[in-house]
Design a protein around this ligand. Sequence first.
Ligand SMILES: Nc1nc2c(ncn2[C@@H]2O[C@H](COP(=O)(O)OP(=O)(O)OP(=O)(O)O)[C@@H](O)[C@H]2O)c(=O)[nH]1
Ligand SMILES: [Mg+2]
Length: 363
Amino acid sequence: MFRFLKDKLKGAVGKFAKKVEEESVEEKVEVVKEKKVKPKKEKVEPKPKKRLFKKKEKESIVEPEEVIQEKPKKGLFKKVTSVITQSSLSDAKFEELFWDLELVLLENNVAVKVIEKLKNDLKNELVDKKFARGKTKNIIIDTLKNSLEEVLGLNGLNIIKEAKKKKPYVILFVGINGSGKTTTIAKVASMLKKNKFSSVLAAADTFRAAAIDQLEAHANKVGAKLIKHDYGADPAAVGYDAIEYAKKNNIDFVLIDTAGRLHSNVNLMEELKKIVRITKPDLKIFIGDSLTGNDVVEQAEQFNELIGVDALILCKADADEKGGATISTAYVTQKPVLYLGVGQGYDDLEKFSPDKIVEKIIS
Ligand SMILES: Nc1nc2c(ncn2[C@@H]2O[C@H](COP(=O)(O)OP(=O)(O)OP(=O)(O)O)[C@@H](O)[C@H]2O)c(=O)[nH]1
Ligand SMILES: [Mg+2]
């Protein structure tokens, strides 16, 4: 996962830092600091031992404690002068040097909007600023980490918490063909079951051959109820029936599968709008295939424009060595990524954690 991006980025950051140090203007700066001088402690002679009892009695002598007195003294500061080497970089030089890093990011499917953000953040740290020589690489890595955390750090949404507000809680899964919708529904149903929530699956992909059977097989395996009609039936009606079933049977979640479609397929998009109108989902999740790289960002935007997406799940992250799509989709669409699909098993659904992702990319 993201190995290619990590390796390439490591190399590019190292080179970039080295070049920044070579090309930046060096300047020796005298730094004058006022240093506080500790006041001297004065020892006070202990008082002579005191006899507390008369001579006849057993002598018991109390040793007085040594008393340290600090004499307050004013104005105890001295000036310390040291020389440090600082660097600064011009805007034109930065642009020239950033190019290699930009290429690595582009090559790894990082969206242009995200690259612009990373570039501006780095520029703010390096251009026309004085930075300590020898620390350039650390400055670059820290800046990239912070920027990436900002890029990924949209507030997620916890579907289990959300579901406590409404029953049944209806989730619609949308996306292009083969992105992982049906598999993800099975994973979500399995996760919900582990958390003691019931769900009914709606086989609203009545379009693709074998789509209903595929979902039925998953429903049987994860122990969820399936609502299905025949192939060619109205998918909105399947969704509606599933919701009615859930209401009658006190079921917590309705998970609606839909046929894969491209935003350019007007008929299928109209059909999707009808499903939304009839089922009024509480959450519309766009399922993206991270292996499609930059395309997934665009698809998510297009689906969002047409039906209004609330959140994202990116599948096949396990096979994605580049990672750019994962970094970029949330930032560009401004929708939170809830989970990553990290395999074909029912447990291969990983809660999306920005810290973990950043750690995977730069460490
Ligand atoms: N490695 C990996 N494979 C996945 C993941 N999610 C789904 N797949 C595989 O991707 C293929 C397509 O998955 P589906 O769930 O059928 O995709 P879909 O979006 O429902 O496809 P359509 O219904 O045809 O639009 C299947 O072979 C899945 O096993 C994942 O997270 N990792
Ligand atoms: Mg499917």
